[in-house]
Design a protein around this ligand. Structure first.
Ligand code: NAP
Length: 511
């Protein structure tokens, strides 16, 4: 099968007429735009539902928003940034980085803003797309870069609409609402809730953190880079490259990844000891300490990195409420035991529907197959990239990819390297349709599920990693295996329809 590869790799960018649509102008969509333009394609459009690029970093603007991947690792490999202000990048700086990079590589010129793709249908060897405003487009290749966590999950709590103060989801933060000196309730203790509580604990008159399930907290330092350091990064490209691939961080990522897939490894026991010590040594009050102690294993839920959460919850204005919420009333949150927490603001840090991916868009594949039917039980894709019967549609950060405490940029870049080899098959003019075979997906998925159940994510806790059947919907193998898998497609796993054949089929269906 290397013959296939050898025959096509030299022609990338040859078919200038090939038309690409990329859906979503977040981190992954911008990457796809850059790479397609660099490969010489000129017929590329990115559709973005909002009026700005940025994806998750546009939508999340809550106080304390920070990425827990080190700044220099949270960059495109080809676009280092000497100007990060801190070890962990604040959300607004990440947004500015993507805006700058989008302009630098000319991707801003190929984006259509305020155009949400609502329909994507494969007919006569091409994808027919339609936006909410009624624009229609046709593409040979579609890259879905719609993100994983983009549909907010609202909790089913009675009386939310009756609240007389301000209530919003954290991904829809209302910045017109004043905060200082007021009373806020934060519902949810994921990465988002923890960051908000840490950021607001000194600003509020009262902060109630509603905690249904406690979290293990990994301590991390978040120092500022000095002006001298930033100047050194500007002056020395090698130093900047070193920072992007900082050996200690990469070794930690590898160790963490191995621990996830081997829950009984010494590495995982080491992680457990660190977070346990963090709790024991950081929280003085034994009652509060027990409230904050999880009864599941570290990293079963996505591990939270925080320099200051335990300090924040010990501040006088902060109360950790572990009782069950009964309902929301005009004045605040009523607990099942009758207690009323009177509040001015309620922030719902209740996470996202993690099984949506390119939905709610209606996607129809070859022969009228509906994505909603194919994904009725749970989203699945071969190698997280390709779905049988959905030819020439490739996903970045699609279902069952490596999610975890790692840089999704690095993951998307490896996925792109793989996707561009599939695009090369189409570009060669030899193949009209490229999609994973059903058999390959079945084998991949059954191996993946068996391995996923053995990871720490499947060790007995509730989290957004779990699919509707309670199976971790993640890449369950090592990082090394992911890199190897992404280095070159196994073409035998693909149904490759010769261009002539595909064209003949579409001619038949035309008549
Ligand atoms: P999340 O991890 O899904 O957490 C949602 C929280 O809301 C959980 O504590 C959950 O409790 C709680 N919750 C949900 N429904 C509730 C209800 N009806 N009543 C009470 N509590 C309820 O969501 P997230 O914090 O937004 O984070 C999602 C992901 O976004 C993260 O895991 C991470 O991948 C990403 N993120 C990353 C960063 C970063 O620094 N890189 C920052 C923020 C977010 P249970 O645990 O009991 O279900």
């Amino acid at each position: 099968m290397t013959g296939i590869r050898d025959g096509v790799m030299s022609v990338l960018g040859k078919r200038q007429d090939l038309r690409f649509v990329v859906i979503g102008a977040g981190m992954a969509g911008i990457l796809a735009g850059i790479k397609l333009l660099q490969a010489g394609y000129r017929n590329v459009t990115l559709y973005e539902k909002a009026d700005r690029i940025g994806g998750t970093w546009r939508e999340n603007t809550y106080p304390g928003l920070t990425c827990d991947v080190p700044s220099h690792s949270y960059t495109y490999s080809f676009e280092p940034n000497p100007d990060w202000t801190r070890y962990l990048p604040p959300g607004a700086e990440i947004q500015a980085y993507f805006e700058r990079t989008t302009r630098k590589y000319g991707v801003d010129k190929i984006i259509r803003f305020n155009e949400e793709i609502i329909r994507c249908e494969y007919q006569q060897r091409q994808w027919h797309l339609e936006t909410r405003s009624g624009i229609r487009d046709i593409a040979d290749v579609v890259v879905a870069a719609t993100g994983v966590l983009h549909v907010p999950r609202y909790p089913a709590i009675d009386g939310m609409e009756s609240f007389s103060g301000d209530l919003f989801h954290t991904a829809r933060w209302d910045h017109s609402v004043p905060l200082d000196g007021r009373r806020i309730g934060v519902i949810g203790t994921g990465s988002t809730g923890v960051q908000i509580v840490s950021a607001l604990s000194e600003r509020m008159q009262k902060l109630v953190h509603f905690q249904r399930t406690p979290q293990w907290i990994m301590p991390v330092e978040n120092p500022f880079f000095s002006e001298e350091q930033k100047q050194a990064f500007r002056d020395d490209p090698e130093l900047l490259k070193y920072m992007q691939n900082e050996p200690e961080y990469l070794a930690n990522v590898e160790r963490f990844n191995n621990a996830i897939v081997e829950p009984d490894s010494p590495a995982m026991h080491e992680i457990e000891a660190i977070v346990r010590d963090n709790l024991e040594n950081s929280v003085d009050d034994p009652v509060l300490r027990e409230k904050l102690r999880p009864n599941y294993r570290a990293a079963c839920k996505r591990l939270i990195y925080s320099p200051d959460f335990y300090q924040a919850v010990q501040r006088p204005a902060v109360e950790v409420e572990t009782g069950a919420i009964d309902r929301i009333e005009p004045k605040g949150v009523r607990m099942k035991d009758g207690t009323l927490h009177e509040l001015d603001i309620i922030a719902l840090a209740t996470g996202f529907q993690a099984d949506q991916f390119m939905r709610p868009m209606n996607v129809t594949g070859r022969g009228g197959v509906e994505l909603n039917d194919v994904w009725a039980a749970r989203p699945r894709a071969y190698m997280a990239i390709s779905i049988p019967e959905f030819p020439n549609l490739f996903m970045l950060n699609g279902p069952n990819g490596p999610v975890g405490n790692f840089s999704l940029i690095d993951i998307a870049e490896h996925q792109w390297h793989y996707i561009e080899q599939l695009i090369a098959l189409i570009d060669s003019g030899k193949y009209g349709e490229v999609s994973a075979s059903k058999e390959a997906l079945e084998v991949f998925d059954s191996e993946r599920i068996a391995a996923a159940k053995r990871t720490i994510f499947g060790s007995g806790c509730q989290s957004w990693y779990l699919d509707a059947e309670g199976v971790p919907a993640t890449w369950p193998w090592s990082q090394q295996r992911f890199y190897e898998a992404m280095s070159q497609p196994d073409y035998t796993a693909y149904q490759l329809v010769a261009l002539a054949e595909a064209t003949a089929d579409s001619a038949v269906s035309d008549t």
